[in-house]
Design a binder for this molecule. Structure first.
Ligand SMILES: [Zn+2]
Length: 106
């Protein structure tokens, strides 16, 4: 096993501070804030008690009975409050697999 040369970090000490050559200053006034105590499992779990994901609330479209988000126009039929308010968003229904639309010149 060969010993590789260690990386040398030159330090200029000045009034209790250590200034690395990169300009990073390490000293009394340049401490990173660090928690004084380890967070207990209880406190950690209390903090995480709000982290669980909830399933989105869903409703059924009265026009086409598709599952949709409440208070939002139905993407399947474009109806909202009994009126057609938008074009239905057809996902992949017009795609023939050729990629002609995708490859077409703009
Ligand atoms: Zn609908």
């Amino acid at each position: 096993m060969t010993l590789l040369p260690q990386k040398v970090i030159k330090l200029d000490s000045y009034a209790g501070e250590l200034r690395l050559h990169s300009g990073l200053l390490l000293g009394e006034n340049n401490k990173m804030p660090v928690p004084k105590f380890r967070t207990s499992a209880s406190k950690r779990n209390m903090r995480r008690s709000h982290h669980a994901l909830k399933a989105p609330g869903l409703s059924v479209c009265p026009n086409c009975q598709e599952v949709k988000r409440p208070h939002v126009a139905c993407h399947a039929c474009g109806h909202y409050a009994g009126q057609q308010v938008m074009e239905p968003k057809t996902v992949n229904s017009s795609w023939d697999g050729s990629g002609a639309d995708f490859n077409a010149e703009a």
